[in-house]
Design a protein around this ligand. Sequence first.
Ligand code: ZN
Length: 342
Amino acid sequence: MKAAVIRECGGIDKLVVEDIETPKPEPGEALVRIGAAGVNHLDHDIREGISGFPLAMPHVPGIEGAGEIVELGEGVNAAKVGDRVGVALLAPCGQCTMCRGGQDNLCFNGNFLGATMWGTYAEYVCCKESQLVPLPDGLSFEKAAASHLCFGTAWHMTVHYGDVKAGQTVLVNAAGSGVGTSAIQIAKLHGARVIASAGSDEKLEKAKALGADVVINYTKDNLAEAVMEATDGLGAEIIIESVGGDVLVKSIEAAAKGGILVTCGAHAGEQIELDVIQLFRKNLRFQGSVLSTRLEMERVFQLVAEGKLDPTIHAAMPLDDVQAAAALTRDRNFFGKMLLIP
Ligand SMILES: [Zn+2]
C-alpha cells in the first residue's frame, strides 16, 4: 500500500511517501481502506518525537480518518466488510475502571492510532474493533474525517463539561482552530451566545460566518476587558480554551461567577501564573478535557450527517502532498481542517 512513512524522528522532510506492505488484521482487528485522513497538530509532536509516545520505526502517522472495512480478523462481531466507519484515535481496552465507567476516553490501557500503532496517512489502516465508529448514511468520508477529533473534542468540552444551555455566553478561544470552529457551532446549536477570539482578523471574519455573535482579536485588544464589555461586566459562563499562556490567564479574568473554563491544549504556553484567588472568589471550575467518548462520536456523526453541524474543511490534498499539508498545519496557516486523501 501507499503510505507516508517516517523512519526516524525529525522535521517534515522525514515524511516520505512509500510503498509498504499492507498490514494484516489480527484477531479483534479490522482493515480499513482510508477514504480521508485528518491532519492534526499532534502528528507533528509524534513525528518530532516529543509527544511522549514510544514510537516503533518505521511508523505511519495519522491519528484520524474514515473509510470502509475491507477485511476482518477473527472474532470481530460488531462490524462487517463493507461497513463505512470512522477510526477513533483511541482504542480503549473495554476492561479497565474508566472504560467500565463509561469514560473510555480516559482508558488506562488504550492504544493510540498513529502513535502506538500505525495511523491513517496510508491507503489502509489496521485498527482494533473498539476504534470503529459507524458512519450514518450520507456522511462522506471527508466530512467524517474532518469531524471526528474536532467535533468530538469540542462536544466533550462544551456539552459534557460545559453543560451549555440556551442563553448562556460561551467564549471560544482559537476560533480558527478545528476545535474552535466546532465549539462555535455546538454552542450555537444549543442556543448560546458565542464570543469568538483569535489572533487574526481574517480568522475572526470566518468565525462570524460560522455564527459567532462577538469577535475579539487578542493580539490587539485585552481579551478580559473585551469579554467583560461584551457581557455587561458579567463575563463568560463557559470558556473553551486551547491556546494557553496569556490567553488562558486573560480567560480566567473573563470568566463569569460560577463559570467553567475547559482546556484541551496550550501550544502558546503550558506554564502560566495562576491567581488562585480568582478561582474561589468567582467559584470557577478549571476543567481539563481530552477526546470524547465513543457515544459522543456517534452523536456528532449523526448531527453532521443531518447538516446541523458542518466541519470547516480548509483543504483536501492528495497523500503525495503530505509534506505541504504538514507545513500548513505546522505554521497554523489554515482555517478549519486539513485532510489527506490516500
Ligand atoms: Zn480501558
